[in-house]
Design a protein. Structure first.
Length: 318
């Protein structure tokens, strides 16, 4: 089990550190937040300065996990020793991939993104089981270092997640629709509700609470995430505006919303059905020259890696 060094000990980074430790890994971390550093030390975790943490990672050939917001990634990359094993948990992958290529081209990088979180932030919000049964995207670009890819898959599985392989661009297009757009819509919905005044907020119940939950996230973190995926998010916003425009037109002309509501209902049922589906088992030989293509094909079909057996990835399709 490879040692793990986590840079950034907020909700996600702190949870990665806890999960890796719970799985029996040797772990240590670094963070620019003195509050998070003190809290992590109080909980018994080794937290040092960035340079010391990264030098230890170099000496022990550990996997470095970058868990800072996108605007801070470059500073961490510039501090990396050459040749380290590197992954990240940043919510956009294309910009991080490009930063690594420009700033730390000697790093052995494989991108990652666990699809889990809450509206809370900071070390105190993290927990070791945050990623249990969650999807953890792992980049499977052409030219990926398969040895490090195996490390990242192993870390995700050890944290209780299942792994969805994808390219950075595929990931960014997908999360624009199922993560970044929901954050933007939640912000709009929360504002519309608040503008209804005290009576509207007094009547707010489950549907409003569910729809606005992520609007409670720290705005600067949501900005970094959404603005960092600008191109893909614009396409998702245009799609949403088109559907809202069609719903408005139908409501204004005929008073009917059946098409919009029926389509949404069917889409929700399809999501639940996919989540409950058992799927079909298969394996991917990670030593094969076709391994990366096979992993990408698995991810594009909604499949996932659920285990490792030596150099074989155990997978399921849905």
């Amino acid at each position: 089990m490879r040692d793990v060094c986590v840079v950034g000990l907020g909700l996600i980074g702190g949870s990665v550190l806890r999960a890796a430790a719970a799985a029996g890994r040797a772990v240590w971390g670094a963070t620019a937040s003195e509050q998070d550093a003190e809290a992590a030390r109080a909980d018994g975790y080794a937290v040092t300065g960035l340079a010391e943490a990264l030098e230890r990672a170099r000496e022990r050939d550990a996997l470095v996990v970058v868990a800072v917001p996108l605007p801070n990634v470059e500073d961490v990359l510039r501090a990396l020793p050459a040749g380290v094993r590197l992954t990240d948990v940043v919510s956009v992958k294309g910009p991080v991939r490009d930063l690594v290529a420009r700033v730390a081209p000697d790093a052995r990088y494989v991108g990652g993104h666990p699809m889990a979180g809450t509206s809370a932030s900071g070390w105190a919000a993290g927990r070791s089981d945050l990623f249990r049964d969650a999807a953890w995207v792992v980049s499977a670009e052409d030219g990926t270092d398969v040895d490090v890819l195996t490390d990242v898959i192993g870390l995700a599985l050890a944290a209780g997640a299942h792994v969805v392989p994808a390219t950075a661009d595929e990931h960014d297009a997908a999360v624009a629709r199922i993560s970044h757009l929901p954050h933007l819509l939640a912000a709009v919905l929360a504002s519309v509700g608040a503008d209804g005044g005290p009576l509207a907020l007094a009547l707010a119940a489950g549907s409003f609470g569910d729809g606005t939950r992520v609007a409670g996230s720290r705005p600067e973190l949501v900005r970094a995430m959404c603005e960092g995926n600008r191109s893909a998010l614009l396409g998702a916003v245009d799609d949403a505006l088109g559907r809202l425009g069609a719903a408005r037109g139908s409501l204004a002309s005929t008073g009917g919303l059946a098409k919009t509501l029926d389509a949404g209902h069917e889409a929700r049922l399809a999501l639940v059905e996919r989540q409950e589906a058992g799927g079909t088992s298969l394996t991917v030989d990670l030593t094969s020259p076709e391994a990366l293509a096979a992993l990408r094909a698995l991810g594009s079909r909604g499949g996932r890696v659920v285990g490792l057996d030596g150099s074989t990835a155990l997978a399921r399709t849905t």
